[in-house]
Design a protein around this ligand. Sequence first.
Ligand code: PAF
Length: 289
Amino acid sequence: MSNKNSFEPLEIVKTKESLHQHLQSYRNDRLRIAFVPTMGGLHQGHIALINHAKTLADMVVCSIFVNPTQFNDPRDLEKYPRPIEKDTNMLAQAGCDVLFKPEVEEMYGQDEQWHINLGHLDNVLEGLHRPGHFQGVTQIVKKLFDAVQPDIACFGQKDFQQFKVVEQLVIQLQLPITLEMCPTVREPDGLAMSSRNVRLSENGRKQALALYQTLLQTKAGLHRKSIRTLRDDAINMLENNPGIRLEYFAIHDTESFTEADSLVKNQQLVALVAAWVDGIRLIDNMLLT
Ligand code: PAF
């Protein structure tokens, strides 16, 4: 839908006030705004989100903000890649209209409190293994939504549980925003693209493929094995791999995000995995049905 020429300059704004002013003329003309929030370290998965956003709206805003409140490990925050020049070039080439790139002080006051009831989403899988992570995600996503006021917001399927969490935020606060989930983009060998992949050694990069292979094997077995056997087989395969330290492998219903114990007609299932490879925590998932 966006008919912007790919090489028009990208507008970079750093404050909520200048973003508001910049977007006002679009709003006055009733143009639709799509938003892609990111933490930078951009890869083709992010560019696929920008491309999808362009088909849905008249203009696209992307944010780059490494959000401190969603990191439960300070070392992870410190090591998070911040290749801003490369990111900016990628966004300009992709035809993104506006990059919102605030500093921490622009987004957070002193000792801010935030809590939203995310129910079981906060206590299972990513919620369980990264305490406080989803509170931090919803805190910043709400602030970014307030700043951009988009019609549509695009998120990647790779963070499947995060999508469910943002969906919950939108429902609970009755935000007038349509959420879009875009498929995970993979390297040619199947590894899910992630900003963290650049930190993998050559060997770790090969070992990480076990996550994708296990998900594929699970999907292939769906109509031959029970859900419990599929899950046990996947866990065995990953736990017996010396290069992998498994955190979880689970099969969930995509709607309720509760664990599936059998395959019910018309039910959509997703297999989700998190593991440490080469000192890097990776996640991946695959729709099974
Ligand atoms: O998925 C991410 O990159 C982040 O969690 C998000 C949604 C940009 C919030 O910081």
